[in-house]
Design a protein around this ligand. Structure first.
Ligand SMILES: [Zn+2]
Length: 107
């Protein structure tokens, strides 16, 4: 007999480059065949995808240095959940005088 279980999973990701935090919703299909062999299929938007793993692409900056959190991490770290509204833009100009590094005197 073959059994099929569907589990809804929300996996939090964090980008190691721009620190963007987001979540992806997956459906995990656990299939067990008559021999007791278990298989897992991850579905994202109804499409089979590889299980989430470090190296996912960041939707904001496009780099591939995103990491996943352990299950339940965000429940203990609500500050990491992105706000629904984007933060107000910082009016401070990014340009600031940076002192030039002093050159080591060549003697
Ligand atoms: Zn990023």
């Amino acid at each position: 007999m073959t059994s099929l279980v569907e589990i809804h999973r929300t996996v939090p990701f964090e980008c190691r480059r721009c620190w963007h935090v987001w979540e992806e919703h997956y459906i995990v299909r656990r299939i067990e065949d008559q021999h007791g062999n278990e298989g897992e299929v991850w579905l994202w938007g109804g499409v089979p995808v590889p299980p989430p793993s470090p190296g996912a692409s960041c939707p904001r900056c496009g780099c591939e240095q995103a990491v996943t959190f352990p299950d339940g991490y965000l429940a203990h770290h609500p500050e990491a959940i992105p706000r629904a509204e984007p933060p107000a833009p910082d009016a401070t100009p990014l340009l600031s005088p940076v002192p030039r590094a002093a050159r080591w005197p060549i003697t």
